[in-house]
Design a protein. Structure first.
Length: 421
């Protein structure tokens, strides 16, 4: 699949606006016909009408008989009935980390075990990208075997992107596949990594090089968990929110520009809207291309540059969203150098990322040579040829391509390692 992808992601025009999606939300996973919104790709976005601690809205990832809901709301971590409805067997293994466990583990276990029908086991992993490894993953398998969990068990990921990725990969591998549920507790995980079934661990030579596509039974997003998220982690997740606006949803980008202050203040209603719209965008693309044979690759805008940064400086030194933030600016810069976008796209990208307090310059230790070596082993490369997601045309348009002037890539790398943006 060389060259620009035929299925270029266009600007989205048929999906309901953020404001229309958000009307009349007051709890409830039961959906009446009048409260259903259907996106251009057929994904149901529902406004709920039941009691407190029920989802405010539900986005469906449409994968046929493997479709699953993304529940979004407040207080959902205590909705044991909703959570248990996605556990088909009599056992569950909650996987979390040392940071999240003191905050939310007891509530998750109580929700799962409330009626006494589910035996709940727990494994607590160290926190941080540097622990996203096969060695640490073995602790999950060790616990599952020690507890004699069988193929009917459900693994539950309680935490951020690292926990979600590792739990999903463990679920895909344990006894050749068991059920799993995502309960993300960071913005990054809520808007991106918990949705779509990408799971895995890092290798010293490259990020997420070992893994599988494996979908959860549901994603349960309780935005109350963001109240304990450090500011740096919160901002990191917003990089992925910006991404959706850049690659396919110009209206959403403009909405973010208008709501920066409310997002940074963690306004509840604005957060629900931002997370919901992000999940709609992710669900639409995943339904079109579950295993990243083409258009799903566009969700990786800035990631080829960003993964090189994360690997080059050492896992855990920068947060994923921080590296992606710089990577998106680099992609915008290269797109402008190629003549595919005008200067305003890069300028607006820089301005919004700066307002979200995200980095826009590469770490001082990175060199052109380091970038080139690490980008050469990127998962999107094909037949030895590097392929990138680049912006093209108006805001909201992008392409996944290997057909570009490599001199422009070198110019972008050289510019970013030579001076701050």
């Amino acid at each position: 699949m060389q060259g620009a992808l035929a299925a270029q992601i266009p600007t989205r025009v048929a999906t309901p606006s953020v404001s229309s999606i958000s009307r009349n939300r007051r709890g409830g996973a039961s959906v009446s016909p009048a409260s259903r919104h259907v996106t251009s790709a057929g994904h149901v976005v529902s406004s709920a009408t039941c009691a407190a601690a029920e989802p405010r809205t539900v986005v469906t990832v449409d994968l046929g008989d493997r479709s699953y809901p993304i529940y979004i709301g407040t207080g959902l971590l205590d909705n044991g009935a909703l959570l248990r409805s996605h556990v088909p067997g009599a056992t569950a293994l909650v996987v979390t980390n040392e940071t999240v466990a003191p905050l939310y583990l007891d509530r998750a276990v109580a929700a799962l075990s409330k009626d006494g029908a589910i035996r709940v086991e727990v494994v607590i992993l160290p926190d941080g990208e540097q622990h996203k490894s096969m060695e640490v993953l073995m602790r999950v398998f060790d616990k599952a075997l020690e507890a004699k969990l069988d193929r009917q068990t459900t693994f539950v990921a309680l935490g951020g992107g690292v926990i979600g990725d590792m739990t999903g990969y463990a679920a895909a591998s344990y006894q050749r596949g068991v059920n799993f549920i995502q309960i993300p507790t960071t913005v990054m995980a809520m808007v991106d990594s918990s949705v779509g079934g990408k799971t895995g661990v890092n290798h010293p030579a490259g990020k997420n090089m070992i893994g599988a596509f494996y979908q959860p039974r549901c994603v349960l997003i309780d935005i109350d968990t963001l109240k304990t998220l450090p500011d740096r982690e919160f901002a990191s997740g917003l990089a992925e929110v910006v991404k959706y606006g850049l690659i396919r949803d110009a209206d959403f980008f403009e909405w973010q520009e208008a709501n920066v202050d409310k997002l940074m203040m963690r306004d509840e209603e604005v957060l629900v809207r931002a997370i919901e719209r992000s999940c709609i965008n992710k669900a639409e693309v995943v339904a079109l291309d579950e295993k990243e044979g083409g258009v799903r690759a566009t969700l990786n805008l800035g990631h080829t540059f960003g993964h090189a940064i994360e690997t080059g400086i050492g896992y855990g030194e920068w947060l994923h969203g921080e590296a992606v933030s710089v990577g998106m600016v680099m992609a915008a810069d290269m797109s402008e150098r190629l003549g595919w976008t005008d200067a305003t796209v890069k300028e607006r990208t820089l301005a919004l990322l700066n307002k979200f307090k995200l980095p826009v310059a590469v770490p001082e230790s990175m060199t052109v040579h380091t970038f080139q070596n690490l980008m050469a082993v990127d998962k999107k490369a094909a037949n030895g040829k590097l392929r990138l997601i680049l912006l093209k045309g108006e805001l909201g348009g992008c392409v996944f391509t290997g057909d570009f002037d490599s001199v422009k890539l070198f110019d972008t790398l050289d510019a970013f390692v030579s001076k701050p943006q």
